[in-house]
Design a protein around this ligand. Structure first.
Ligand code: SF4
Length: 426
């Protein structure tokens, strides 16, 4: 069983009241939640000034999308307001990245914070429909349904529904969400118009990640005290995860330490499976921000820090991850149908010591051809990981090209396909 525990580097806001660290009594009731966080934006007459005030506060406190894109939420909100039509509010809790568990953790411990944010936004923009989109069979489903039931009396004319997404890596892509909620198959498509203009069933739709709505709630309810807070997932080599609440600017070492992880020469995969490697020599300069380390750029993505076993071969591990990522596409675009499987095969040959400089040359030639060619950014992410491996482990990769025997290759790795972790109490 993979476990999910919780902690914080500072006084927590998002995880407040659910135990610090690792002490839990299950999910928070609405009464407990209200006692701690107060009430969300009240129902009432919306005025231009009230809307501008909220958007200004979200902008000032730097609330950004926490699904990986890091896009300023205030801009998204303004674009919905500009439509002057009744929008749909979608909470995207389908964490496609299997190693990330921050949204699952927050949903399973305090779904009310996420609901507060979504309901506040719906009231602000005149929406009457909130949809929570999460993976089919999510461990948080029961808790979420109970939380929604607790609110029956107070939500007034706002309906809250749960919609279950197929358990696939790309189900959380914005266009997959629009397509899935519009009655189609939840797969990405080429975006021609932003969902804020034409989204679910052609209506203006605000889609944001679950943690983002929680940040909206804490910003509106606690103001500047909550600015800069965010959740990270720390995963160990065995696949156990710890959700650490931290503040932008905190050192990555402090976040790892809060999770009880000490790093000597373990490489850390940052941002997600399609992320970048943070190697031990760069760890001391790395801080948690949209860019984790400046030399080279390592993006925060979904704020995953997956700590690899230092005895694992990074080429073989990357080959395993790329093969899995290739298997997760719908194969409906050229780069995914042909490019990713071929890339995975070349890397696997190199990892197994039966590859050659031809495989390396193929990779060098193919990677630029896969970039920016898909309907979504899935191939770009895979290309980024392969490049990051080449940059971070150049000598090791070169040894594989030259068929130097590698004793670090394992028959299997616990990553990338992981079972859902189970939240545990200490
Ligand atoms: S790029 Fe790949 S994952 Fe994205 S829509 Fe096309 S086939 Fe699907």
């Amino acid at each position: 069983m993979k476990t999910l525990t919780f902690g914080a580097t500072h006084e927590p806001v998002l995880l407040a009241g659910i135990g610090n660290p690792n002490v839990f009594e299950g999910s928070m009731t609405l009464a407990d939640h209200r006692a701690l966080h107060g009430s969300p934006l009240p129902a009432g007459r919306r005025t231009k000034r009230s809307v501008e005030g909220v958007i200004g506060a979200l902008q000032r406190d730097g609330v950004r999308g926490r699904g990986g894109a890091n896009f300023p939420f205030a801009i998204k909100l303004q674009s919905i307001v500009d439509q002057r039509k009744k929008p749909i509010i979608v909470v995207n809790a389908a964490e496609g990245e299997p190693a990330s568990a921050k949204d699952l953790g927050l949903l399973s411990r305090n779904p009310h914070l996420i609901l507060d944010g979504a309901i506040s936004v719906a009231r602000l923009v005149g929406g009457s429909e909130v949809i929570i989109w999460l993976h089919h069979g999510s461990a948080a489903l029961g808790v979420l349904r109970r939380a929604i039931d607790e609110r029956v009396q107070e939500v007034g004319d706002i309906s809250i529904k749960v919609a279950q997404a197929p358990d696939r890596f790309v189900s959380g892509q914005v266009t997959s969400v629009v397509q899935g909620l519009s009655g189609g198959i939840a797969l990405p498509y080429v975006l021609k118009e932003q969902p804020s203009v034409k989204g679910v069933n052609g209506r203006p739709t605000l889609i944001s990640n679950a943690e983002t709505y929680a940040l909206v709630a804490t910003t509106l309810q606690h103001g500047a005290d909550s600015a800069g807070h965010l959740l990270t997932t720390i995963m160990d080599a065995a696949g156990n995860r710890t959700i650490i609440e931290t503040i932008r600017g905190t050192s990555v070492s402090a976040v790892l330490s809060a999770a009880g992880v000490s790093v000597t020469n373990e490489p850390i995969l940052v941002g997600g499976y399609a992320g970048s490697w943070l190697t031990a020599d760069r760890l001391s300069a790395a801080v948690v921000d949209s860019i984790v380390a400046t030399e080279p750029d390592i993006r925060l993505g979904v704020a995953l820090f997956a700590v690899a076993d230092p005895t694992w071969c990074p080429v073989a591990l990357t080959a395993r991850i790329v093969a899995w990522l290739a298997s997760q596409s719908a194969g409906q675009c050229g780069p995914c149908a042909f490019g990713l499987p071929a890339t995975a095969e070349a890397l696997t040959r190199l990892a197994q010591g039966v590859g050659s400089s031809t495989d390396r040359d193929h990779l060098v030639r193919w990677l630029p051809m896969l970039t920016g060619r898909g309907a979504c950014a899935h191939p770009d992410g895979v290309v980024g990981l392969v490049r990051a491996t080449g940059e971070s482990f150049a000598n090791h990769l070169w040894d594989h090209v030259n068929q130097v025997p590698c004793t670090s290759v394992r028959a299997t790795y616990p990553w990338p396909s992981l079972e859902m972790p189970v939240p545990v109490s200490a």
